[in-house]
Design a protein around this ligand. Sequence first.
Ligand code: NAD
Ligand code: UDP
Length: 340
Amino acid sequence: MSILLTGGLGYIGSHTAVELLSAGYDVVVVDNLSNSDLSVKDRIAQIVSSTRKIGEDNFKVYVGDVRDENLLNKVFSQNKIDAVVHFAGLKAVGESTKKPIEYYDNNLISTLKLLEVMRKFNVKNFVFSSSATVYGQAKSMPIYEDFPVGATNPYGRTKLFIEEILKDLYAADNSFNIAILRYFNPIGAHDSGLIGEDPNGIPNNLFPYISRVATGKLDCLSIFGNDYNTPDGTGVRDYIHVVDLAKGHLCAIKKLEQNCGLQIYNLGTGKGYSVLDIVNAYNKVCGGKVKYKFAPRRPGDIDICYASPEKAEKELGWHAERDLENMCKTGYNFECKKQK
Ligand code: NAD
Ligand code: UDP
């Protein structure tokens, strides 16, 4: 079976490519390299080569934009695609408030073009990378899939709009099988240290920021707010190891093969950790190098957010296995290797 990963050289896409290839799937990637590097292709191949011999027929990368219909036509004519996982998109909340047009253009148009070409080639299995951000500040924890949604920024709205587009598409053509995966906070890296999260410039997200402080690339972490309604006052999130998250995609693809219709799944651990919990856990693996200070709240942040992963466990047979220590160890290992 051949799976198309849009954005497959990015953080979550690259880990998913490794899991799919290792499980015997063939993988085709379309990525415009706006937030990734072509060298990731070789690193994915290197990781997989220890368990499977792969050639050009098993793993192909097209460098280009998902909004480019001609490119998509080429990809679907040259490969017999069985299912698509749509990772490609812009994902920075803060940036989306400054560049809403770019966010709506990239995230919405890429999805529409992709669905149009899929329909043309009669490819009807689709996995979409959505986000816990669609829940906003939920009224109670844990968050279940049927909780009300409502995004507070353009990035989140692109995810919500795409979810609505997918529901309309399914209502019009129920031969589609669609898994909407709402990711919580993916962190950590592959055990090899060859792939991980490597944002350009100063990281917006907590974990890559901590990794850079731990390796001396940045001085000090600012913890945004210590007066939240949480046990230690700092924000609480559901951090999930990226390899666990990647494995969730395999389970979702298997589910699509059973003609599941449209389904929404939370992919999280069900546990909430505060910013201070993350700093303390990271300091245990790096020898206390993460310095921090408290700073004002970041606008738009919520107190607390963690998933109920029950539906994914029950229907996909998936649950997260790795603990916070492993997330920090693998993240630190990746960040240290990057220096060389
Ligand atoms: P990423 O930026 O590392 O990966 C996205 C990849 O898509 C990059 O390689 C980028 O070059 C590519 N891309 C972007 N626009 C493209 C386009 N128009 N055409 C072709 N390629 C394009 O991000 P990620 O963390 O791997 O996230 C993957 C998906 O998961 C995104 O849709 C994101 O919104 C979603 N998501 C991520 C998180 C997170 O915390 N990382 C949380 C929830 C949801
Ligand atoms: N955070 C922080 N300092 C940073 C980045 C993030 O204190 O430099 C906090 C943020 O306020 C939130 C948590 O870390 O409570 C997770 O933020 P992140 O941006 O990683 O993910 P989000 O849940 O906002 O998508």
